[in-house]
Design a protein around this ligand. Structure first.
Ligand code: HEM
Ligand code: HEM
Length: 198
């Protein structure tokens, strides 16, 4: 059942904005952590990658919550001046983000589960508990585990490329185009202290 709390509204709700900015900040931090770790010697990278895993699992949990919220609450309608192709592109990028907000952490979780190292360095959730390994991957025989690790690593890297070089630039450029070229206060839909669109 869909509850239309958005009727007459031109911006996202406080809940949707909170989800959006927490997840955006964690994803950008996670990309920065992975890239910085890539440039460091292995022993120095481990601490950064431990945070990468913790934040990644946090993104998974927040994204499932956000998806549930999104499916049960209609977003504010698009600006009526938007052309058909702009609506199509915005929808495609938004749903692509949902796929990657869930797919990135799941593939990361799969690649670390298919490694004997997870028994030595479990995923620590803020000192509260250890996030478990995915059983079917963690119990594979060594040769199959190695192959599964490589496959999931490649998928994780591929999704990261689509996210970083595709969706994020399209999304940010789109928002800035509407805000500054079309002057329709698009950013006010998602940033609470900016003027909302009319
Ligand atoms: C990795 C970072 C980001 C992710 C994953 C992300 C994801 C999303 C998603 C999924 C939506 C659609 C919300 C929905 O209908 O459920 C959205 C909307 C929006 N985002 Fe982002 N976002 C990110 C970064 C940013 C940044 C940096 C900006 C500012 C330039 C921004 C500005 C907006 C605006 C203005 C909207 C509303 C647009 C509209 O409804 O047409 N986002 N974002
Ligand atoms: C928000 C979710 C996530 C994002 C945006 C993300 C992004 C990235 C990026 C950009 C890289 C570097 C790729 C490259 O070198 O080309 C990476 C690597 C890696 N990620 Fe994630 N990740 C996320 C979640 C996770 C999770 C949940 C885990 C594990 C629990 C994880 C484990 C790893 C590992 C172990 C690597 C290094 C793989 C290698 O050996 O090259 N990631 N991630």
């Amino acid at each position: 059942m869909s509850t239309d709390l958005s009727a007459g509204r031109s911006r996202y709700s406080a809940v949707a904005m909170t989800f959006h900015w927490m997840i955006a900040a964690l994803i950008i931090t996670n990309v920065a952590l992975a890239w910085t770790a890539n440039a460091l010697p292995r022993q120095d990278a481990a601490g950064l990658m431990a945070w990468h895993k913790t934040f990644g699992v946090t993104v998974l949990l927040l994204s499932l919550g956000r998806l549930a919220w999104r499916l049960s609450h209609k977003p504010p309608p698009f600006n009526p001046h938007m052309k058909a192709w702009e609506r199509w592109l915005a929808h495609t990028v938004h749903w692509g983000f949902y796929v990657l907000m869930i797919g990135m952490p799941l593939t990361g979780w799969a690649l670390v589960s298919a490694s004997p190292l997870i028994k030595v360095y479990p995923i620590d959730m803020y000192g509260l508990f250890h996030w478990p390994a995915l059983g079917p991957l963690a119990n594979l025989p060594p040769a199959e585990m190695k192959a599964a690790h490589e496959t999931w690593k490649e998928v994780h890297h591929l999704l990261a490329k689509i996210l970083v070089y595709g969706l994020i630039p399209l999304h940010i450029l789109g928002a800035l185009k509407h805000q500054f070229l079309d002057k329709d206060n698009e950013l006010g839909r998602m940033i609470p202290f900016l003027k909302a669109p009319n």
